[in-house]
Design a protein around this ligand. Structure first.
Ligand code: RB5
Length: 137
């Protein structure tokens, strides 16, 4: 399973911080020069195969979430704390964690990543609900 991370300039410092603690494939951005979050959001989902996970960071997390939730089989969860992250995995089988670097502390972000990587999907009644996401009938 691959674990990819990407950010825009607003998320750059938090991305670098998280890379110290987790084994993450970094898809950029690589400095704090102003850049466009959709470019990095699209780059990350373009790399993801079944079973992979992604972490996206921008200022609020909102822009990254809007972009990647347009893609089929991507379930991106913008999380602000441990509880949201655990539930995003257990109930929503989220495969992308989105963080807002201007909203949460680095310590909370680290905890969110830990939970995102270690918490399993519960399946059961949630399996059916996740399957309903893409159904058009
Ligand atoms: C960049 O200033 C900011 O707009 C971006 O990081 C993000 O918060 C967008 O949703």
């Amino acid at each position: 399973m691959g674990i990819f991370i990407a950010s825009d300039h607003a998320g750059f410092k938090l991305k670098e911080y998280l890379k110290k603690y987790f084994d993450l494939s970094d898809l950029g951005t690589y400095d704090e020069e102003s850049c466009d979050y959709p470019v990095f959001a699209k780059k990350l989902v373009g790399q993801m195969k079944e079973g992979d996970k992604g972490i996206l960071i921008c200022g609020t997390g909102i822009g990254m979430s809007i972009v990647v939730n347009r893609y089929k089989n991507i379930r991106a969860a913008l999380c602000f704390n441990e509880e949201m992250t655990v539930l995003a995995r257990q109930h929503n089988n989220a495969n992308v964690l989105v963080l807002g670097a201007r909203i949460i502390s680095t310590e909370i972000a680290k905890t969110c990543v830990e939970k995102f990587l270690s918490t399993d999907f519960e399946g059961g009644r949630h399996q059916h609900r996740v399957e309903l996401i893409d159904r058009t009938d």
